[in-house]
Write a protein that binds this ligand. Structure first.
Ligand code: SAM
Length: 222
């Protein structure tokens, strides 16, 4: 994502009412202390400009959502956009959605064991060079992190138009003891898997170019 850095973005994100600062404080207590309810907790890692998570939170008020993004400029734009839309619609920003600036490598510092019900990975950076393989959000190191914070029956939903990354992710998931519950190599032509689909910015951009979108839903083998 080529985006010009906004000076002071880090501080502005930290001061924003939708931001969770010091997320380690809530480890194990997100539902009660952040959302004040007992709803399922869904994370999106690499939330980008936030279209997906915002729309998800609107369509599913019965779920709590946390958007995780490590780039403060991108996150600030996502939060501003969210606020503007809430203002136009006359809805209260916040509710069942929060954001946090975090490198997902630190996920286990912020969420307790079995605290999370679902993780979304949408159009994650491909990191094509072997030397960067551990940075891929579907690499064995990341899958091990997700396994710790997800409930045993918790799921990961992964979408990308990058066939190399998709094949790598399918193979890695199988090797690391995950079960593939559903898979398609052409999401937009798959009526069943398209049901309830929420488009991300990258998805809209790349599917408009004619790229096929792969999607898999996985869960730790039971
Ligand atoms: N999900 C959005 C979409 O589908 O439109 C954005 C996709 S963009 C290619 C990937 C995003 O993931 C970038 O904004 C990047 O900063 C973020 N990201 C990559 N690695 C991350 C990590 N380890 N922790 C948090 N965010 C990460």
């Amino acid at each position: 994502m080529r985006i010009r850095h906004i000076k002071g973005a880090e501080e502005m994100v930290a001061a924003h009412p939708l931001t969770i600062n010091e997320p380690e404080k809530y480890k194990g207590n997100w539902r009660r202390e952040v959302f004040g309810n007992d709803a399922p907790l869904y994370l999106e890692i690499g939330t980008g400009m936030g279209t997906f998570i915002r729309e998800s939170a609107i369509r599913h008020p019965e779920v709590d959502y946390v958007g995780i993004e490590m780039n403060s400029t991108v996150l600030l734009k996502a939060m501003r956009r969210y606020e503007k839309m809430a203002e136009e619609e006359g809805t209260e920003p916040g509710g069942n959605l929060r954001f946090m600036r975090l490198d997902a490598r630190l996920l286990e510092d912020c969420f307790g064991e079995s605290e999370v019900d679902r993780i979304y990975l949408n159009f994650s950076d491909p990191w094509p060079k072997d030397k960067n393989a551990n940075k891929r959000l579907t690499s064995p190191v990341f899958l091990a992190r997700y396994k710790k914070v997800l409930k045993p029956e918790g799921t990961i939903e992964f979408k990308t138009d990058n066939r190399g990354l998709f094949d790598y992710s399918v193979e890695t998931a199988q090797q690391e003891g995950w079960e593939i519950l559903a898979i398609t190599y052409d999401l937009h032509a798959d009526e069943t898997m398209m049901e309830g689909n929420i488009e991300t910015e990258y998805e809209a951009k790349f599917s408009a170019k004619g790229n096929k979108i792969g999607k898999m839903i996985i869960r730790v083998r039971q």
